[in-house]
Each structure stands twice: as structure tokens, then as C-alpha cells.
Write a protein that binds this ligand. Structure first.
Ligand code: DMJ
Length: 561
């Protein structure tokens, strides 16, 4: 029983309640280890722990999903040795060459996202880094391998992916072409990160193609529906809203715009947002409407929608975010958790949707809003969540999904997002100086790697969380893209040096022919085509400055040469 927060400290939590932070963080850590140790003891190598029967089951694949999803949470909680141990277990045990039908969406956000963020945090976790990190490394190669397994799903006439792919055989000939909107538009964060770290544009290209195809299918009033046929581009479910089936599509437009400094994505989001505000918002609730007519089809709030205030706060729409958060928080208070569906006119749960599977979204929004406002309302939500989860969900073997918030019946399931997201966001909510908040307040977010001449200053631009709460570092993307570009420039220089005769010959050609040739050789060397194999770099020493690399070959150039 910890003391409650002082209400006189409304905007000054840190100075008034500093003494409370430590015990809260310790309590969240002990929740994590209760579930994590139980997973390792009773469920590994299965995907998930079954917290009522104390055993394991495969759910989304067969890749020890909870361990992959929880890996970066270990680092967030400061457990470097366990992070290192698990990273190496995963490298030794996870086999993706398996005859399993996996969700393209879930495999991306949980497996590819989890491995990418663990790769990017490996330096801070004290792992031995291979030369070239963060542009190469074993966890990055695993993420790349997992993502390659998903690529066949994108080979459709529209570029929009199928929902399921067999990890060994590709898309089944009997696979349904109907995919949810989020299943089409939730790839750009992981896939652009992969492309920019590895230098292979394939991933970013397919994610962008899918996004552009989806964008073109919006209705005349600017809305998208819930499920689409990826072959015919026909909308199969025409409910437009911000929750299940759509949610992370909007999230990735905003976060993609921030991570990649990409105006196209931001413009898409703003256009959608205008339609969303116009047609779906009522009293700071967001309803479901028919995508062509804008008429209300379901006046319900879904727990998945609770990410929205956090997203709005990232865009600076604080007033609206705060009001919507209050609506959602009132539902949490009514039930001690968020039911999957809540009927707004009736003020009550919806039949068969009374459960709370330990989702993170409201806590996630609380974290962003606390970061933006310092208002301790958000910490109070954190305390409520902590108490509810302990009281309702804790079992001797972990934490169980709540089947029904009215009578606290439990389900024998602990989804991997409980350790990846719910616990992580709770912890970060109560630790406002954590480096993942991006160097704000007292924390120093930046961290250098590369040794002498190293040029990757990581973490300095904050972190972007994928939709499974896996943090991605924009600075690493920038750094590796720059190295790729420099490598290509170097390759061009070396090619020119090794072909002096041809060059001399070409000098005798007319100016227009020379220009054409040069443009051609540039586009050949810089732009790799989708599917094209990356040729090994002339020198794999990406943390050294450009001039230093030339001197390695015995050719010394000054910086301005
Ligand atoms: C997670 O897998 C992700 O947050 C996803 O975007 C939505 N569903 C769960 C959490 O609720």
C-alpha cells in the first residue's frame, strides 16, 4: 500500500512526489518479473504463457513470441545481463523456416519490430557490437529475415498485402484476399527502418506502395472502411472509425511522418483527420460511420481507440486529446479496465465484448499526455491500472486476460503485448526522465557509438514507438542512410579511378552524350531496384569518415577534396 499522490502538486509531480517514483517503478518491475519468469519456467519456447493452467501455447506463429516481444522491455527496466542472455538465446533458437501460416501484420509489429528495436538498443545494453553496427548486426539480420518472409504477401496487383503468409511456402493459393485496413497500412515504420539500416530499399518500397494504394481507395468524403479486397480494391466492410481494423494505419501515417520526416505521410493523415473530425467525432467521442455517407453505423467506443489521445498529443492537439482521454478514463473508472466495446448511448458494455485482455492503449496515451502536460491525472490512471491489474488479473502463474469486467472472470491467455507494451508504458509513465523519452527533463537521451571518428550519435532525436511499443531511433536511420550514400559515392569514385582509359575516351565524346552516361551510371549505382541484391560495400567500415576510408586504400584525400 503506497501513499497516494499529493493533489497540491498538480503540475509539479517530480519535485513534490519524487519519493514515490522509486517504489512505483519497483512495483512495476516486480509485476514484469512475475509474468516473465513464469513464461520462461512454464511456457518457453511457446509463443505465450497460459496463466491459468501454467503452461504454454503457440498463437501467432511458433517463434517464442513473448520472449521476442519482451526483449526490449528488459532493457527499459535496466536489466542488461538478461537482455544479453535472451538476445543470444533467440539467435540460437528462433527458426523462421517453418511451415506455419502467420499474420503478416502481427509478425511485422511484434517480431520484426521487436528485433529491430532490440538491435538498436543493443549498444546501450552493453552487447558486443560487430563492426558496422547499427547498420549491421545479428538481431538486424534476424529482423530482415523475418521481414523477407512477409514480402510475398505484398505481391498483389494492387501492392496491398494479403493478411496471412506461410513462412515456408509463401501465400497459400486459397488465401482470402480480404485484409483489414491496418493490415495494409502498418508497415512503414519497420520496413523503412530495415531499408535505411541495411541499404536495401525493397522493404520501404513495398510499404509505400501499399500506403499509396490504400490512400487512393478513400471515399469521396475522405474516409476509409474496415476491410478491403486487396485484389479488386473493393471495400468489403465499410465502417469508418479509428479503432479495431484501422487504428495503427493512422498511427503509422503520423509516426512515419515523424520518423522519416515525410510530408506525404503527414498530408495523408491531415486529410483523413479532417474527415474523421467532421463525420465521426461527437462530444470528443469517436463513433463508427458509413464510409461513403458519413451516417453513424455503431455508436460505440472500442478499447483499441484509446491510443488516439496519445497520437493527438504527438501532433500538438492537446485540448482535444485531453477531453477525449477524460471520456475514456471515465469508462476505465466505471469498470476498473476498458471493455473491448462500450456503448456510448447506453453507457455500458456490449454483449460478448466485455473483456479486457490487458491492453496498453489508455496507459500509452497517459504516458504521452503526462509527458506533454505534467498533469498528475495521468499518473492517477497509471495507479488505477496498476491496482486493477494486480487485483483482477494476477494469478500464481502470471497475469490473465479478463474475460468479463463485470464479474472478473478470467481467460487462460496472456498476450505478448502485456510485457511488450502494457508494462513498458506503465514504467515509462512513472519514469519521466527515462532516456526513451528523448533527453527531456533530466535524462540525457543521446549516446554515441563508433569509437574514434564514430559518427552515429544515437537517441538524440528521441524515439518513435512502433504500434507494439518497440522504440525506433530516427538517428540510426539517418546515420545508416548517410553511410550507404557515402559507400555508394566511394564506389563511384573507385570505379572512375579504375577505368581511366574509358574516362579519357569518353571525354572526347560530345557533352550531351557524356551527361547521359553520367546520369545513367549514377542511377545504376545509387538506386537499387526492388528485389535487387545489395552488392557488398567496397569497404565495410561505416563508422569511419569518408576521407579516412579513402586513405585506407592508400589514396589520401583531404576533407575538401
Ligand atoms: C497490440 O498488438 C498493438 O498495440 C496493436 O496495434 C493493437 N493490438 C495490440 C494491443 O492492444
Amino acid at each position: 500500500n503506497l501513499p497516494t499522490l499529493s493533489s497540491s502538486c498538480l503540475f509539479n509531480y517530480l519535485s513534490c512526489n519524487n519519493h514515490l517514483i522509486g517504489p512505483r517503478l519497483e512495483r512495476i518491475k516486480s509485476m514484469f518479473y512475475h509474468a516473465y519468469n513464469s513464461y520462461l519456467d512454464n511456457a518457453f519456447p511457446y509463443d505465450e504463457l497460459r496463466p491459468l493452467t501454467c503452461d504454454g501455447q503457440d498463437t501467432w506463429g511458433s517463434f517464442s513470441l513473448t520472449l521476442i516481444d519482451a526483449l526490449d522491455t528488459l532493457l527499459v527496466l535496466g536489466n542488461h545481463s538478461e537482455f544479453q542472455r535472451v538476445a543470444s538465446i533467440l539467435q540460437d533458437t528462433v527458426d523462421l523456416d517453418i511451415d506455419v501460416n502467420a499474420s503478416v501484420f502481427e509478425t511485422n509489429i511484434r517480431v520484426v519490430g521487436g528485433l529491430l528495436s532490440a538491435h538498436l538498443l543493443a549498444g546501450r545494453a552493453g552487447m558486443k557490437l560487430e563492426p558496422g553496427w547499427p547498420c549491421s548486426g545479428p538481431l538486424l539480420r534476424m529482423a530482415e529475415e523475418a521481414a523477407r518472409k512477409l514480402i510475398p504477401a505484398f505481391q498483389t496487383p494492387t501492392g496491398m498485402p494479403y493478411g496471412t503468409v506461410n513462412l515456408l511456402h509463401g501465400v497459400s493459393p486459397t488465401e482470402t484476399p480480404v485484409t483489414c485496413t491496418a493490415g495494409v497500412g502498418t508497415f512503414i515504420l519497420e520496413f523503412a527502418t530495415l531499408s535505411r539500416l541495411t541499404g536495401d530499399p525493397t522493404f520501404e518500397d513495398v510499404a509505400r506502395r501499399a500506403l499509396r494504394a490504400l490512400w487512393k481507395t478513400r471515399s469521396d468524403i475522405g474516409l476509409v472502411g474496415n476491410h478491403i479486397d486487396v485484389l479488386s480494391k473493393k471495400w468489403v466492410a465499410q465502417d469508418a472509425g479509428i479503432g479495431a481494423g484501422v487504428d495503427s494505419y493512422f498511427e503509422y501515417l503520423v509516426k512515419g511522418a515523424i520518423l522519416l520526416q515525410d510530408e506525404e505521410l503527414l498530408n495523408m493523415f491531415h486529410a483523413y483527420d479532417r474527415a474523421i473530425q467532421n463525420y465521426t467525432r461527437f462530444d470528443d467521442w469517436y463513433l463508427w460511420v458509413q464510409m461513403h455517407k458519413g451516417t453513424v453505423s455503431m455508436p460505440i467506443f472500442q478499447s483499441l481507440e484509446a491510443f488516439w489521445p496519445g497520437l493527438q498529443s504527438l501532433l500538438g492537439n492537446l485540448d482535444s486529446a485531453v477531453r477525449t482521454f477524460q471520456n475514456y478514463y471515465s469508462v476505465w473508472r466505471q469498470f476498473g479496465g476498458l471493455p473491448e466495446f462500450y456503448s456510448i448511448p447506453q453507457g455500458y458494455t456490449v454483449d460478448k465484448r466485455e473483456g479486457y485482455p490487458l491492453r496498453p492503449e489508455l496507459i500509452e496515451s497517459a504516458m504521452y499526455l503526462y509527458r506533454a502536460t505534467g498533469d498528475h491525472t495521468y499518473l492517477q490512471l497509471g495507479l488505477d491500472a496498476l491496482e486493477s491489474i494486480e487485483k483482477i488479473s494476477r494469478t500464481p502463474c502470471g497475469y490473465a486476460s479478463v474475460k468479463d469486467l463485470r464479474d472478473h472472470q478470467l481467460d487462460n491467455r496472456m498476450e505478448s503485448f502485456f510485457l511488450a507494451e502494457t508494462i513498458k508504458y506503465l514504467y515509462l509513465l512513472f519514469d519521466p526522465t527515462h532516456f526513451l523519452h528523448g533527453g527531456g527533463l533530466e535524462g540525457d537521451g543521446s549516446w554515441e557509438e563508433g569509437g574514434e571518428g564514430g559518427q552515429c550519435v544515437l537517441g538524440a532525436g528521441g524515439f518513435i514507438f512502433n504500434t507494439e511499443a518497440h522504440p525506433l531511433d530516427p538517428a540510426a536511420l539517418y546515420c545508416c542512410s548517410r553511410h550507404t550514400q557515402e559507400r555508394q559515392e566511394l564506389r563511384d569514385v573507385l570505379l572512375n579511378l579504375s577505368q581511366p582509359r574509358e574516362k579519357a575516351d569518353s571525354r572526347s565524346k560530345p557533352a550531351n552524350e557524356r551527361a547521359e552516361e553520367s546520369a545513367q551510371s549514377q542511377s545504376e549505382s545509387i538506386a537499387l531496384k526492388p528485389g535487387e541484391k545489395k552488392t557488398p560495400p567496397a569497404l565495410s567500415c561505416p563508422v569511419q569518415p569518408f576521407s579516412a576510408r579513402l586513405s585506407v586504400l592508400g589514396q589520401v584525400f583531404s576533407d575538401n577534396s
